[in-house]
Design a protein around this ligand. Structure first.
Ligand SMILES: Cc1cc2nc3c(=O)[nH]c(=O)nc-3n(C[C@H](O)[C@H](O)[C@H](O)COP(=O)(O)OP(=O)(O)OC[C@H]3O[C@@H](n4cnc5c(N)ncnc54)[C@H](O)[C@@H]3O)c2cc1C
Length: 450
């Protein structure tokens, strides 16, 4: 069954969220640097966030991505997508609603694969918002190709493990209470079978942040993307998340829903850029008329609207498919496509919004730079677009076969010949027909290569 309707009770919750995010959360974006969202020691920010988080809890909208057993309300991906569209308008909104990455994904894998002791030590405080966490997988010599990973955990004679290696761009490690680290535990098999996940307390001996890297607009020395050295870190089986060799299975589990949430947040952010564009062109007069009255500007608005609406429908369909099939693997290509579109639509829409605001758009008095960066981040984080395009192409090709003969199965002479044979009796009746009929009738089998 196809439906584009939202249940009235849930629509009311979305209305509440829309108003709450615009009025109370969006303004916080201008008060703090984005990475402070993860800094548990920022008392000023915590004092502002705490009452807002309490309101979200009171509305029953805290950490809605979680299953009911962990305090979520069991919303499917369609509802979560509609919520994330609203959260996408503000960087701090996911923190206010208990759905900030990478904590969301880390909580999900701890809930699914963690031991009882790991759940008590890490999951519960994470869900309660008392601590933040880090996911440490990418390595400096190559992020998009795990076959280049070298970070190793080696089994010791006493049964413990020693972790050695470097990780790059581990977000928020500086604030994290623990890091989920991917390491090779069996170098003799392909990395997809020989890598494991460990839950490593941030204060364990041998974990050193070499430097914190910022994004392009940050001053040198600032930022929260950590370059980390793991040197002879002592780990035990109790620190393993899942079984040895499970790392990629766990990583895939972690990314499925998260990518759809990010895509829908990108819809929300792109829509915000379009709103800003519309307000601007209705407010600015040049050469005798409003910008809004100029056809070239109207074309930009229409194109942006088309892009966003198509993208939104695509992400909603992806969310719907996940709810129907309950299997992320079955919608791999949709999830990859949603991620690629997020980057494409965000960059394209925000660039146009920035351009239509002229010098003001370029200035640091408007948020377009940060919004644009989000588009570029969407194209790289969790795997660059090219890798996701390969996924799509592979899935697509699985549904096709090579032509048996020299020419394609859609080659017009062969198709015509088969149709002539099937409809021979009818074609003898009077009536105008295609010139292909006489031409094909005149061809020998050898000429057709049939
Ligand atoms: C904001 C942000 C936060 C991040 N947070 C984390 C985190 O918390 N934890 C973590 O572990 N990692 C994190 N990452 C790292 C992210 O997962 C990697 O950046 C990503 O996997 C790409 O790896 P790379 O940066 O090494 O790029 P590379 O692998 O060097 O790729 C660079 C470029 O090469 C091209 N390319 C790569 N592969 C192919 C291919 N197969 N075919 C054609 N072209 C290709 C693409 O243009 C690609 O953009 C984060 C990244 C960003 C930007």
């Amino acid at each position: 069954m196809w439906s584009f309707e939202t249940e009235p009770e849930f629509a009311e919750k979305l209305d509440w969220m829309r108003d709450f995010v615009r009025t109370h959360v969006e303004p916080i974006d201008s008060l703090f640097h984005q990475d402070q969202a993860y800094n548990p020691g920022n008392q000023a920010l915590r004092a502002i966030l705490a009452p807002l988080q309490a309101e979200v809890r009171a509305q029953g909208l805290w950490a809605c991505h979680l299953p009911p057993a962990l305090g979520g309300n069991g919303y499917g991906q369609v509802r979560l997508a509609l919520m994330n569209e609203i959260l996408g308008r503000s960087f701090f909104a996911p923190t206010v609603f208990g759905t900030a990455a990478p904590d969301t994904g880390n909580a999900e894998i701890l809930a699914h694969f963690g031991t009882a002791a790991q759940k008590t030590a890490y999951l519960q405080p994470l869900l309660d918002g008392e601590i933040v966490s880090c996911f440490s997988m990418t390595e400096p010599q190559g992020g998009a190709d795990p076959r280049q990973f070298t970070c190793r955990a080696t089994r010791q004679p006493d049964g413990s493990w020693r972790l050695n290696g470097r990780k790059w761009y581990s977000s928020n490690a500086r604030w994290a209470a623990f890091l989920i680290v991917m390491a090779i535990t069996d170098p003799d098999v392909p990395v997809h079978q020989g890598a494991s996940m460990f839950v490593v307390p941030a204060d364990r001996a041998g974990v050193t942040i070499l430097r914190n890297v910022g994004t392009t607009f940050d001053p040198p020395g600032s930022g929260s993307e950590a370059y980390i050295d793991y040197r002879d870190v002592v780990l035990h089986d109790a620190d393993l998340l899942g079984a040895a060799g499970d790392a990629f299975r766990i990583a895939q589990f972690r990314l499925g829903g998260g990518r759809v949430h990010h895509a829908m947040r990108s819809v929300g952010l792109a829509a915000k850029a379009l709103d800003m564009m519309c307000e601007r062109v209705l407010s600015r007069t040049t050469q005798g008329s409003l910008l809004a009255d100029k056809q070239m500007v109207q074309e930009v608005l229409a194109d942006c609207w088309l892009d966003i609406e198509q993208f939104r429908l695509f992400v909603m369909r992806t969310a719907w498919k996940i709810d129907q099939l309950n299997d992320y693997k079955a919608v791999r290509e949709d999830i990859s496509a949603a991620k690629i579109l997020a980057s494409r639509v965000l960059i394209s829409t925000v660039s146009k919004a920035m351009h239509l605001h002229g010098s003001l758009g370029i200035s640091n008095e408007m948020p377009f730079g940060d919004m644009l960066l989000r588009g570029f981040v969407m194209g790289i984080a969790d795997g660059p677009d090219e890798v996701h395009k390969v996924t799509i192409a592979r899935q697509l090709l699985r549904r096709h076969r090579a032509a048996a003969g020299l020419f394609p199965t859609t080659h017009t002479p062969a198709v015509t010949r088969a149709a002539i044979q099937r409809h021979a009796a009818a074609l003898d009746l009077p009536g105008e027909t295609s010139p292909w009929i006489d031409y094909v009738r005149g061809l020998t089998a050898d000429q057709l290569d049939a």
